[in-house]
Design a protein around this ligand. Structure first.
Ligand code: 2CP
Length: 666
């Protein structure tokens, strides 16, 4: 990506002789768009991702958004559901309903879609870990509401590979997980012919620290692993690829994001042709885009409206089929109704007032854009070669190399990132934001009641038989979806199905690789010399326990802090995502730490702060917390006894300084 990015201005004429540069939209290799008429015939789907605590609350919100003009649904599940834990599971206790809707059984799924016409609205479900029981709940709920499976339209994310690199909502090890994802593809191809069976995702790579071009390379590397796994099963890619779709981020690198989507379609086309696909429908890449979460600033939230608008325009100019625009308060907590309406309104304005939908591939023919697209293609092709080298992509997923690569990128991005523009910086004029508050105790109580009720009325003998059958089939390597559907029909819970699968394919805890490079900044040099003074005076290293508590898988910030603390010289123990709380407790009880740090981005910071605080001796150990922490929680955290509160935008040097200060004060 040299010329344009380095100089800022395009100087020399591009080589427009490449054949794809004269192709039309709707024509292979689809650089200019998957359809000839694009938005003139059908504007992109306005598909806002949402889920709030209970199925009833989310159902109400969905209905309201549809009335307001939203054209597709997209379900956000809570973390216990992602990890196949029933709400009543002890491991789930602080995360129920926090970042999405809790679905424990088919009964919850029925309430989620009650009164919504599933044959006319397409439904996207972001689910990867507990993919099989959740899809089964959807199928059974729809069937029991009178919809034939063949009439259901939508998408299931079902992209487990990226979970091992970013996001971390996997359950089993990569290989069995991959097989289960292919089970879903194979089963859905017959049972849900109008459902997109995968939404192969790059979004989370960019959120995790990748550049747009690396996001694309990694997404296609994973896509190829899925294609080869399908081929190995004997599935015909001409049919399968028709229902594979993609999901990309749209960040602030405006031109590059447009080029990325154009390049993506050509690269997907070429990859499929290389694998022998000839079906034209299969060769068209279709995609959903979401504006960037990391580009949002908690300090001046109204500015986020502008950022999201620019990012949405890039996605539309790049030819996306479906779009989510983030709400301006999302850097603070879950969006309020007000912010969610403005986010949908942004799309409606772009669609109805600007004329954007009248032009197909508006940047086509621009020297700058064609060059960027071409450079993007070259970059991805060469990166794919290095990703596939050695033992290949799947081995790199298994060994945590892709996760490590993203972590390294995030460290570099931290150094390159520009400061945010802050239009309203005056404290007095600072916009008042009232993000949504989730009452998780209420959510937990209501889930508990429904699970109890379900277990009272169901036929336990049939449930147990169906779970036994599932385990037997899991050992034999057969497609498991029919057996999961049968268990769910008998009212097995999502947790019970997952537990049965875990008896054959146990839960996976990957090895964590943390960078040991020290970011090169003046701030950190100062901090390092301060720490050196501390060491000289006290004759020992400072001991810190840093932990990702709960089920939240967003560990970009946590790993950055841990890497920096280590590089500065502190003695750091890191308990990564998915560490059971009992392990955190026993680590604290059996070792001395000067400081315990907890990172939470999923709204559970208050609960976990209380729980961890009760395990430490505050005279000897200080507790600090970081992550997505709304202003209105600062006071409560201080009351608990938290001695340092850091947000996503806190300078890392500041964190280290505070740690030293706290220890010196004790
Ligand atoms: C559309 N169609 C057309 C045209 N436009 N036909 C002819 N000419 C045109 N110009 C047809 C399509 O072929 C399709 O028909 C139908 O209209 C619907 O259009 P679509 O383009 O397929 O739109 P869609 O139904 O909205 O589907 C879009 C996607 C789908 C991208 C294919 O996979 C999707 O909706 N993905 C959303 C994923 C998502 O929401 N993810 C949430 C991530 P046929 O159906 O007959 O082919 S949340 C992420 C968070 C951050 C997380 O992961 O944690």
């Amino acid at each position: 990506m040299s010329s344009v990015r380095a100089k800022g201005i395009y100087k020399s004429l591009p080589n427009l002789a490449k054949s794809w540069q004269s192709s039309e939209a709707g024509q292979a290799p689809f650089v200019r768009g998957p359809y000839r008429t694009m938005y003139q015939q059908k504007p992109w789907t306005m598909r806002q991702y949402a889920g709030f605590s209970s199925a009833d609350a989310t159902n109400e919100f969905f209905k309201k958004q549809l009335e307001n003009g939203q054209t597709g649904l997209s379900v956000a599940f809570d973390l216990p559901t992602h990890l196949g834990l029933d709400s009543t599971d002890e491991r789930a206790q602080y995360d129920v309903g926090k970042t999405g809707v809790a679905i424990d059984s088919v009964e919850d799924m029925k309430r989620l879609f009650d009164g919504i016409d599933l044959s006319s609205v397409s439904v996207s479900m972001t689910m990867n870990g507990a993919i099989m029981p959740i899809l089964a709940c959807y199928i059974v709920a729809a069937e029991e509401a009178g919809y034939a499976s063949s009439s259901l339209r939508g998408t299931i994310q079902n992209d487990i590979l990226k979970e091992f690199a970013v996001r971390n909502t996997f359950i089993h090890a990569p290989k069995p997980s991959l097989e289960m994802s292919i089970d879903v593809v194979e089963f859905s191809q017959k049972k849900l012919p109008n459902f997109n069976t995968m939404s192969i995702s790059g979004y989370h790579f960019q959120e995790g620290g990748a550049t747009p071009e690396l996001e694309l390379a990694l997404t296609l590397a994973h896509a190829k692993v899925y294609l080869l796994a399908c081929q190995k099963r004997g599935l015909d890619l001409n049919t399968i690829a028709r229902r594979l779709s993609f999901f990309f981020a749209s960040g602030m690198a405006f031109f590059k994001e447009i080029a990325k989507l154009r390049a993506a379609r050509k690269l997907w086309h070429d990859l499929l042709v290389e694998l022998g696909v000839t079906d034209e429908q299969a060769l068209r890449m279709k995609m959903h885009c979401q504006t960037s979460g990391v580009s949002l600033n908690a300090e001046s939230p109204y500015d986020n409206l502008t950022r999201t608008t620019v990012e949405a325009m890039a996605a539309v100019m790049g030819g996306t089929q479906s779009l989510h625009t983030n709400s301006f308060d999302e850097a603070i907590a879950l969006p309020s109704d007000f912010a969610a309406s403005l986010a949908l309104g942004t799309q409606q304005i772009l669609q109805q007032e600007t004329g954007l939908i009248d032009v197909v591939d508006p940047w086509g023919g621009s020297y700058m854009m064609e060059t960027l697209t071409s450079e993007m293609i070259d970059y991805v092709n060469s990166t794919l070669i290095s990703l596939e080298s050695g033992e290949g992509v799947l081995a790199k997923v298994e060994q945590g190399d892709i996760a490590f690569f993203i972590h390294q990128q995030a460290m570099q991005q931290a150094q390159l990132s520009k400061p945010f523009v802050t239009s309203i910086s005056d404290q007095q004029d600072k916009p008042q934001v009232s993000p949504r508050v989730i009452h998780s105790e209420k959510a937990l109580e209501s889930q508990r009641l429904s699970i109890n009720k379900l277990k009272l009325v169901r036929n336990n003998r049939l449930v147990n038989q169906s779970l036994e059958k599932l385990k037997e089939k899991a050992l034999s390597g057969q497609n498991l979806m029919p057996y999961v559907v049968a268990a769910i029909k008998h009212r097995a819970t999502v947790g019970e199905v997952t537990e049965a699968l875990c008896q054959i394919h146990p839960r996976f805890f990957p090895q964590q690789k943390i960078s040991n490079e020290l970011l090169d900044s003046e701030d950190l040099k100062t901090v390092r010399s301060r720490y050196q003074q501390f060491m000289n005076k006290n004759g020992r290293a400072l001991k810190v326990l840093f932990t990702k508590v709960g089920l939240d898988g967003h560990d970009r910030g946590a790993k950055q802090v841990v890497a920096t603390l280590k590089a500065v010289g502190l003695d750091v123990t890191y308990l990564p995502v998915l560490t059971p709380f009992s392990e955190v407790q026993s680590m604290i009880q059996n070792h001395h730490f000067d400081v315990v740090g907890i990172s939470s981005l999923a709204g559970a910071h208050l609960d976990f702060s209380k729980a961890v605080f009760s395990c430490i001796d505050p005279v000897k150990t200080a507790l600090i917390v970081g992550g997505v922490i709304p202003d209105h929680d600062f006071e409560s955290l201080e009351k608990i006894g938290i001695e340092g509160i850091f947000t996503r935008h806190s300078e890392i040097g500041l964190v280290v300084n505070r740690i030293i200060e706290l220890v010196e004060a004790k």
